[in-house]
Ligand binder design. Structure first.
Ligand code: NCD
Length: 319
């Protein structure tokens, strides 16, 4: 367990310090070791027995939802899950997010993991629990085109695990950077580590990294550059972070536009020690043959995510 934590909610990645993440990751590593030796609930201490974790998802999800659900259950918590909450909850009858949160507060949720299409949803939910249910924690599981802080914890952990460090390296972020919330959370977090250089490759003007994030990097003296050549980014990076075209954010805007694809040919450009990762799902931006390249770590990252989310839930609810 992480000692002396004072984290209340998980809304934005920039609220987390490298020291906090270091402790979170070392707890996650201990959990990973336990999982490997005996994948059984009996071997875990069940620190969240009789606690309640609600998963309120208004947008599609595979990994985030299942890994939080599995994390909560492995720690002994009960889970309330509503996927497609826009249709399967009272939202379809006109209930506001604030009222839905009050319902789960009244049902003693200790934590609510929220995924929502609106960028201010997690903050609104946090304001409600702060007013009425101060023991309850909000975890942003992805808010519109805003952030996805717990995914960036996983991305950071994956880079550290396979590159061996979180400072003195160059990362290439390649994809629909304007709308990929995971790249926003990751850029904010990496700006806290020493000598991390960022190269941004977006395949189209509408996909360029958001100005507010570039402003933040400028304010913090972080070296970054934009390139319109994928090969330029791939050759120079120690870590390559790829995201899909967020079609749901563009509507018909990007129909017929060409996106890039990382194939074994592009992998030849990467450094031998480079770490390739992706938050998943992969649409068509990485070819299947690349999955077995030893530098591809996106599936291992899913396993890391389970233990990171276990460590996080335990810390938030127990400390
Ligand atoms: C991401 C998301 O929902 O932002 N998925 C995830 O949680 N790992 C990435 C995406 O949908 O492209």
């Amino acid at each position: 367990m992480i000692k002396s934590s004072c984290v209340k909610h998980v809304l934005r990645s920039q609220d987390f310090s490298p020291e906090y993440l270091d402790k979170l990751f070392s707890h996650a590593r201990k959990l990973m070791a336990r999982m490997k030796s005996s994948y059984s609930r009996e071997s875990l201490v069940l620190p969240l027995r009789d606690r309640v974790v609600t998963l309120l998802f208004y947008q599609p999800s595979t990994r985030t939802r299942f890994s939080f659900e599995q994390a909560a259950r492995l720690l002994g918590a009960h889970t309330f899950v509503t996927e497609n909450a826009g249709e399967f909850s009272s939202a379809i009858k006109g209930e506001t997010l604030e009222h839905t949160i009050r319902n789960f507060g009244e049902m003693h949720a200790d934590a609510i993991v929220l995924r929502h299409p609106e960028n201010d949803a997690a903050e609104r939910a946090a304001a409600i629990v702060d007013q009425y249910y101060p023991y309850c924690h909000i975890i942003n599981g992805g808010n519109g085109t805003g952030q996805h802080p717990t995914q960036s914890f996983i991305d950071l952990f994956t880079i550290e695990e396979h590159l061996g460090r979180l400072n003195n390296f160059t990362i290439a972020m390649c994809g629909d950077l304007a709308h990929s919330r995971t790249t926003h959370s990751l850029a904010y977090l990496l700006s806290k580590y020493a000598n991390v250089k960022m190269i941004f490759y977006a395949p189209g003007d509408k996909m360029e990294m958001k100005k507010e994030i570039l402003d933040h990097l400028d304010e913090h003296g972080i070296q970054y550059m934009k390139t319109s050549f994928l090969s330029y980014a791939l050759r120079r990076a120690d870590a390559v972070y790829v995201t899909r075209a967020q079609k749901e954010a563009h509507g018909k805007d990007i129909e017929g536009e060409t996106y890039f694809k990382i194939t074994p040919k592009e992998m030849e450009l990467l450094k031998p020690h480079a770490v390739l990762t992706h938050p998943l799902p992969i649409a068509a931006e990485i070819s299947r043959e690349v999955d077995s390249d030893p530098r591809s770590h996106y599936f291992k990252a899913v396993g890391y995510g389970l233990c990171i989310r276990m460590a996080l839930l335990e810390d938030l609810i127990i400390n």
